[in-house]
Design a protein around this ligand. Structure first.
Ligand SMILES: NC(=O)C[C@H](N)C(=O)O
Length: 468
C-alpha cells in the first residue's frame, strides 16, 4: 500500500496457458472447470486490488492460487520432464508510473526469477522473496536479508534460500497428478492427446490504484522437456517484461522544458528544449535530467515516426497521435511546456512454446516495439504473438506440425498523460488498457473490462469466439 492518494482504477488480466486447444477436444465439463477456476481467481484478485493491495501482492496472490490448482501447468499439476521429474520456474517483474525517486517494493531490482525448482509449493512466492530481498539498501548499505541483486537463481541453491526464507515445501507426491503423468507417458510414446489439457504457463498482469504494474508468471515448462531445460518463463525478456518510460508529444508552444519530477507541474524558466537545442542549453537540460548521455540526445532530436514494417490491422488507441519525441530516461521525466508528456508503462506475460519465445526474446521484442517504435501494446503483441506474427513466422515450415512458435501474451499498457498546455496547469488522464493476443488454437484468459454505465464486466475466454 502507498501513502499517496489512489489515482488509478485497478486493472487485471490472467492467463492459464495457450496452445493447440481444440473445441472438439475440450468437453464442456473440462471447459467449466477452467472457467470456474479462472473466474474465482479473477474475482479474489480484483477484490484485493480494489481494497488497496499492491500490484505485486495481487499478482502473487493470483498465481499462488493457480499453482495450487491441478488444472494448470504450474506448481501442483506441473508437467513432467523426460526423466519423470517436475522442475518448476517462476518470475516476477514490476514497473511504475509513480515518482521513481521513491524506492518502492521491488523497484530496486525490478525483476526476479527462479528456475529448476523442486518441492517449493509456490515458486512464485520464491520469486517474490528474491525480488524483495535485494542484499543492500538504496543507499548502498548491506542488508542482512539473504538476498542479492541477482535476477535469476536456480536449482538446489535457490531451494536452500527458500528454506531460509520460510517458504513452504511439499513432497513429490503433492505435485504428482495422474492426468499429467498420463500425458507424459503418451508423449514419450508419441501418442496423440485425447483432450485439450491446458499446456501453458499461468500468468497475471495487474495495475494497482497507485500506478504500479506487476507481472507474475509460473510454469512446469514443456511436457517431456529435458531435465535442466530452462524456458522463457524465468528468462528476462523472453516470457515476461515490465517497463516504464516517458514520451512527449510536442505542441505548438513547445518552448521551455518542464521537469515534472513526477510530483508534476514544476515548470522551469530556463533552458529551451525545442528539438533544435543549442549546445549551451544542452548542459542545462542535462543538469535537470541527470547525465543521460545518448538517451538525452534522443530526447532532444525529434525524429520522424518510422514506418511499421507490417502495420497491424487494429490498435487500442487508433485515434492517438504518434509520439515523435521519445524521452529515454531511466528515472526522471523530461517534459516540455506546451507539449503533452506521457509516462507510459507496460507489463506482459507470455505462454506457449518457450523455446521460440527465448529465440526471439519475445517479451522484450514486444516492449521494444512499444517503447522505440511507439506501437500501442495491442499492436506490439499482435506483431510478435498474433496470427502470422514473428513467433509464428519463426517456426517456418514446422508451423502447425510441432507446436513450434505457438503462444500468446497478456498485458496491460498504462498511459499517464500530463498535459501542461500554455498555463502550465497539469491535467492527468489515467487508464490501463488490457491486452491479449495469440497465434494458436486458444488461450485461457480472464480479465475485467469497463462495461456500460461504468460497471466492471468479467470476461473469461479460451477461443476468439465464445465457447458453445
Ligand atoms: N507451455 C508453456 O507455456 C510453457 C512455457 N512457456 C515453457 O515453454 O516453458
Amino acid at each position: 500500500m502507498s501513502d499517496e492518494p489512489a489515482t488509478f482504477k485497478p486493472a487485471l488480466i490472467l492467463h492459464g496457458g495457450a496452445g493447440n486447444i481444440q473445441r472438439a477436444k475440450l468437453p464442456p465439463d473440462l471447459y467449466a472447470k477452467h472457467h470456474a477456476s479462472l473466474q474465482s481467481y479473477l474475482r479474489s484478485t480484483y477484490t484485493l486490488l480494489k481494497e488497496g493491495a499492491s500490484a505485486l501482492d495481487a499478482a502473487v496472490h493470483a498465481v499462488s492460487l493457480m499453482e495450487d490448482d491441478e488444472l494448470f501447468n504450474c506448481g501442483r499439476g506441473s508437467v513432467f520432464t523426460t526423466a519423470g521429474t517436475i522442475e518448476m520456474e517462476a518470475s516476477i517483474m514490476v514497473a511504475t508510473v509513480q515518482d521513481p525517486d521513491q524506492n518502492r517494493p521491488g523497484e530496486m531490482k525490478k525483476a526476479a526469477a527462479v528456475m529448476n525448482v523442486r518441492n517449493v509449493r509456490h515458486p512464485i512466492q520464491l520469486a517474490r522473496e528474491s525480488l524483495l530481498r535485494t542484499g543492500y539498501t538504496p543507499d548502498g548499505k548491506t542488508k542482512k536479508d539473504g538476498g542479492s541483486m541477482h535476477p535469476q537463481l536456480a536449482g538446489p541453491h535457490v531451494e536452500t534460500l527458500a528454506r531460509e526464507w520460510g517458504l513452504e515445501f511439499k513432497p513429490d507426491e503433492w505435485f504428482w497428478t495422474q492426468r499429467r503423468w498420463d500425458e507424459h507417458r503418451r508423449g514419450l510414446e508419441g501418442k496423440e492427446e485425447p483432450i485439450s489439457l491446458s499446456q501453458g504457463t499461468v500468468g497475471c498482469v495487474c495495475l494497482d490504484q497507485w500506478g504500479n504494474l506487476a507481472v507474475a508468471t509460473s510454469t512446469g515448462g514443456k511436457t517431456n522437456k529435458l531435465p535442466g531445460r530452462i524456458g522463457d518463463t524465468p528468462t528476462l525478456g523472453a516470457g515476461f517484461w515490465a517497463d516504464a518510460w516517458d514520451v512527449t508529444f510536442p505542441g505548438p508552444e513547445a518552448a521551455s522544458p518542464v521537469i515534472p519530477n513526477s510530483k508534476v507541474g514544476a515548470v522551469s524558466a530556463t533552458p529551451r528544449c525545442t528539438g533544435n537545442l543549442a549546445t549551451s542549453t544542452m548542459a542545462s537540460v542535462q543538469e535537470f535530467c541527470g547525465n543521460l548521455g545518448d538517451s538525452l540526445r534522443s530526447c532532444l532530436a525529434p525524429r520522424s515516426q518510422p514506418e511499421s514494417p507490417d502495420p497491424p490491422a487494429y490498435s487500442s488507441r487508433s485515434s492517438s497521435p504518434r509520439a515523435s519525441v521519445v524521452v529515454q530516461v531511466s528515472g526522471k521525466s523530461c517534459c516540455m511546456r506546451g507539449s503533452t508528456c506521457a509516462r507510459k508503462a507496460i507489463a506482459i506475460s507470455g505462454t506457449g512454446d518457450g523455446d521460440a519465445f527465448l529465440r526471439l526474446a519475445a517479451a522484450h521484442s514486444v516492449a521494444s516495439l512499444s517503447r522505440l517504435q511507439n506501437y500501442s501494446l495491442t499492436e506490439a503483441v499482435k506483431f510478435v504473438a498474433g496470427s502470422n506474427g514473428a513467433l509464428q513466422r519463426s517456426a517456418g515450415p514446422r508451423w502447425g506440425v510441432t507446436g513450434e512458435g505457438e503462444g500468446g501474451f497478456i498485458g496491460i499498457e498504462l498511459d499517464e498523460e500530463h498535459s501542461t498546455r500554455s498555463t502550465g496547469r497539469l491535467e492527468k488522464l489515467r487508464r490501463g488498457n488490457v491486452v491479449c493476443d495469440y497465434n494458436c488454437g486458444g488461450m485461457w484468459r480472464a480479465w475485467v473490462e469497463p462495461g456500460q454505465n461504468g460497471k466492471d464486466v468479467e470476461r473469461i475466454m479460451v477461443f476468439r469466439e465464445k465457447y458453445e
